[in-house]
Design a binder for this molecule. Structure first.
Ligand code: SAH
Length: 351
């Protein structure tokens, strides 16, 4: 007895085509009764022509386009776009369920960096960060992350050179989607893994698990404090994650991936920017294949931390250099449009 032929419509319907591997796209078009080469065409139309619906794919037969007009490709809508004087563009993107996230395009000569969100809101509640003040709503799906890169690329009409997971959310709380999105951004959008950075505040066990994916991305860890007590004050989740354990996981990451780790360190005037803090930090990082990225605090409305003076920032950096720590300073871009690190929110601005 031969088994009945399954009608094409019974093949599993993906929630979105964006983010699928080329072979999955091919399998999908084949399940719809089309030849494999249509899968390759679809890939090209999604990633290079910016197709937002199957109706846009004009190389496809008309009947097929009409039948699948509602099959979601998975692109979000630009809800609002604002340009800061330094050319940084902040996008408020509306997802299929009407939630709003932010993505930022940061041009610098030939480079174009996209700062992507990994969650709607964030549950980590770091005291200095605007995203955490609004609470957590949900994880982003793979296509909702990849879309942010395509949206910025299309808007700037320039190839994206770098992607940083430094927007809203904690990517290691949404690690499966973040990793799948990284793979798609690399494979489908064509951005080298070494040009992709994932920033995390650190979730116990997750950095080690990330290492198992054998990615060549840069891991950035939001340290922000030179000792456990101070870190707990700034980052509530640090209560359950001793600094020593976090650093140990980072060491394992370096040993396994052979990639050096970046430690992000927000500078808050009077709080963590003194010589004693530089000394403590240098002690933790001695002999560690790493790099410290200082981020002078970007003001948010809810708290009254202060950004240190340029002179204080420079002296902190010099203090670290004197102790043989590799250091750079990142004055965030897009400050005027609340598009800088820590200023992104899920809520819409007033007005
Ligand atoms: N959840 C990830 C990504 C967050 S945003 C993480 O914690 O790493 C990327 C960076 O911006 C993090 O280092 C974050 O701590 C930092 N940041 C948050 N609020 C900030 C602020 N007000 N000023 C400067 N940097 C901030």
């Amino acid at each position: 007895m031969s088994s009945p032929q399954l009608p094409a419509t019974q093949s599993p319907q993906p929630s979105a085509l964006l983010g699928l591997a080329p072979e999955q796209l091919i399998a999908w078009v084949q399940a719809q009764g089309q030849s494999a080469y249509r899968g390759k065409q679809l890939h090209q139309w999604i990633y290079q022509q910016g197709a937002r619906s199957l109706g846009d794919v004009t190389v496809f037969p008309k009947a097929f386009r009409q039948t699948h007009i509602d099959t979601p490709i998975g692109r979000s809508d630009i809800y609002r776009r604002s340009v800061a004087p330094d050319g940084t563009v902040k996008f408020l993107l509306q997802l299929a369920d009407r939630q709003i996230i932010e993505a930022v395009g940061i041009p610098a000569g030939k480079r174009l960096t996209v700062c992507v969100s990994s969650q709607v809101g964030c549950p980590m509640a770091c005291d200095f960060c605007a995203t955490g003040k609004g609470g957590f709503i949900r994880n982003l799906a793979v296509h909702e992350i990849v879309d942010q890169v395509l949206t910025v690329q299309e808007d700037f009409q320039q190839r994206v050179s770098n992607v940083v997971f430094m927007g809203m959310g904690e990517p290691l709380l949404n690690a499966d989607s973040a990793v799948a999105a990284i793979q798609s951004i690399n494979r489908d959008v064509g951005i080298g893994q070494r040009s992709i950075t994932l920033s995390t505040v650190g979730i116990p066990g997750r950095i080690r698990r990330l290492a198992d994916h054998d990615l060549q991305i840069t891991l950035a860890v939001s340290l922000h404090a030179s000792n456990q007590a101070l870190r707990q004050r700034l980052i509530p989740s640090a209560d359950h994650y001793p600094l020593a354990a976090l650093l140990e996981e980072c060491r394992d990451y370096v040993n396994q991936t052979r990639r050096r780790v970046t430690f992000e360190y927000i500078l808050l005037a009077g709080l963590n920017d003194q010589t004693v803090h530089a000394e403590e930090l240098a002690q933790h990082l001695r002999g560690f294949q790493s790099h410290v990225n200082l981020i002078p605090y970007n003001p948010i409305a809810e708290v009254d931390y202060q950004r240190p003076t340029r002179q204080q920032v420079e002296s902190f950096a010099q203090n670290l250099r004197d102790r043989h720590i590799a250091v750079s300073t990142r004055y965030s871009r897009g400050l005027e449009k609340d598009a800088a690190c820590g200023q992104l929110r899920a809520s819409l601005p007033a007005g």
